[in-house]
Design a binder for this molecule. Structure first.
Ligand SMILES: [Zn+2]
Length: 346
């Protein structure tokens, strides 16, 4: 029977409850784990995050949170495990990488597709390697990421392949596709919002994954609501994948949360009206603990400011104005993610 793989073990999808599909307990740019000024206390952070999750569970029924932190962005199995042990909310861990512009450490750039696919498989079925140790913490999802990412508002340059996916990113995406084809696990993706002006990055990712044998119904495309285009969104869903509604309350690439929230709400309601309710999940993309110095050229990201109550207290009333009610909410918060994140775990 299909199960959801959490950092503390496998659970029945019927027990997952309300689910947020893309958050970060820790966010650290590659290299921050080597800086004196970004050392954090694992016990303190895990206690604080667990308390916040329990509060969200008590008030709004949160049952499961996906920590979509890529391997090189501060993913720490000890923090994942300790947080999960201290909270009643299930936590799903991730294996995968950020876009080449920020992530994919040189070691992995030198590996071929087959090796990277096996690396993902080990993270999903054996446990994570971290700080020179093998941990008894397994990933429950693969993350892939393409495009320029934050701090750069232009589009990703077109490559020789005709795609806006760099050759190194393409290797990672293909490896994820191969691992998915073998294991049946879910994939959650990061697309570059500004690329939607010149291509459909969600479809580009899907085509590469499908070429490697991946099942598109196990793919959740992220960040498409940040620069929403209804025809592009429908094309992604018609190809078989789901869309993640993210950046609620986080005005990424927009002048205010109000502006982006309204854009998102309109598109969510329109997709539901047009019969695509079963193809969406919710999340913030929140940073619970950001390992930053507050100086240098670090951009002032807003992912840590949004409150965990925001979805229910601010965004749900906005959705209701567009006719999106409790029944629809349950489908997107409970049923859809449970289906996506369940796989025949090995
Ligand atoms: Zn994220």
């Amino acid at each position: 029977m299909a199960k959801i793989r959490t950092v503390l073990g496998d659970i029945d999808p019927a027990d997952a409850g309300v689910m947020l599909t893309h958050e970060h307990i820790i966010y650290a740019n590659p290299g921050a784990d080597l800086d004196h000024n970004t050392i954090y206390d694992v016990d303190e952070v895990s206690t604080t995050v667990a308390a916040s999750l329990d509060d969200t569970k008590q008030r709004f029924g949160l049952g499961t949170m996906v920590d979509l932190t890529a391997n090189e962005l501060g993913r720490n199995p000890e923090t994942l495990k300790k947080t999960a042990q201290k909270t009643g909310v299930n936590i799903i861990g991730t294996t995968g990488f950020f876009p080449e512009r920020i992530g994919i450490p040189y070691h992995f750039r030198k590996q071929d597709i087959g090796y990277i696919a096996e690396f993902f498989e080990r993270d999903l079925t054996v446990g994570m390697a971290y700080a020179n140790r093998l941990w008894d913490v397994k990933a429950g999802v693969i993350k892939i990421a393409t495009g320029s990412s934050d701090g750069y508002d232009g589009q990703t340059p077109i490559q020789d392949s005709g795609l806006r996916v760099t050759p190194i990113e393409e290797r990672i995406v293909r490896a994820a596709g191969r691992a998915q084809a073998k294991l049946g696990c879910p994939i959650n993706t990061h697309t570059e919002p500004s690329d939607y002006e010149v291509t459909n990055p969600g479809l580009e990712q899907l085509e590469l994954l499908i070429e490697e044998g991946a099942d598109p119904t196990k793919v959740l495309v992220g960040h498409a609501f940040v620069h929403p285009n209804i025809d592009q969104m429908i094309a992604i869903i018609e190809r078989g994948a789901m869309l993640q509604i993210d950046h609620i309350g986080i005005p990424w690439r927009h002048s205010s949360a109000d502006e982006l929230d309204d854009l998102i709400a309109k598109h969510v309601a329109e997709l539901a009206d047009r019969g695509y309710l079963d193809s969406m999940t919710f999340s913030y993309d929140r940073f619970f603990h950001w390992c930053h110095t507050g100086g240098g050229t670090e951009s002032n990201l807003l992912n840590e400011a949004v409150q965990m109550s925001y979805l229910w207290e601010s965004f749900v009333p906005r959705l209701a104005k567009y006719g999106f009610g409790e029944k629809e909410l349950k489908t997107v918060l409970v049923d859809n993610p449970a289906r996506l994140f369940a796989w025949d775990v090995k």
